[in-house]
Design a protein around this ligand. Structure first.
Ligand SMILES: [Zn+2]
Ligand SMILES: [Zn+2]
Length: 180
């Protein structure tokens, strides 16, 4: 074969190779682009989901705060009385409160004015400045700044009886273990 023909064939082969490579790269990049845009769509849809879940979670948080406020209000104001002869009132979650035999729900002031006394197990609310606050006995220790109900684990070393009114007036605060 003449040298000239060889050179021409070489050029054709090189050209064909370049053409083939360019077409391959073009299709490969088209394919990657469509993969990329499909991934972008997935990310967008996940973002929308996240936003909607965040909104939902925030709604629950707001609802939860509302329920907590409601619970604290009920615990501080509404007391429950078993329909038995014991003149004791309880908080909703007290172990001594039992709905099986019927029950009454009272405003705490109404319960006190009708002669009911707070249960010592459930830290039932006591109206401020009531006769109960003056006479209700709690216990303090020689060193601590908390007042306790009878039987609290923190009363093993010393147990000094004091009225709830004097305890609060003297800067004692309620023990978070026995909830006096
Ligand atoms: Zn109780
Ligand atoms: Zn205690």
């Amino acid at each position: 074969m003449a040298t000239k023909t060889k050179v021409i064939i070489s050029y054709i082969l090189i050209f064909a190779f370049i053409l083939y490579s360019s077409i391959s790269i073009y299709f490969w990049s088209e394919n990657k682009n469509s993969e990329l845009s499909s991934l972008e769509n997935k990310v967008k849809s996940q973002d929308t989901k996240i936003t909607s879940l965040e909104k939902e979670s925030n709604d629950y948080r707001v609802k939860n705060i509302g329920l907590k406020i409601q619970t604290v209000f009920m615990d501080n104001n509404i007391v429950l009385i078993n329909s038995d002869s014991a003149k004791i009132y309880h908080k909703y979650n007290c172990v001594n409160y039992d709905t099986s035999g019927g029950f009454y729900a009272y405003n705490v002031n109404a319960a006190v004015s009708q002669g009911y006394l707070p249960c010592s197990k459930c830290s039932a609310p006591i109206p401020v400045n009531s006769s109960i606050e003056r006479t209700y006995m709690v216990y303090v220790t020689a060193t601590g700044k908390k007042y306790h109900s009878d039987g609290c684990q923190y009363l093993s070393k010393s147990q000094i009886p004091i009225s709830l009114k004097s305890a609060t007036q003297n800067g004692y605060s309620a023990c978070s273990v026995c909830h006096p």
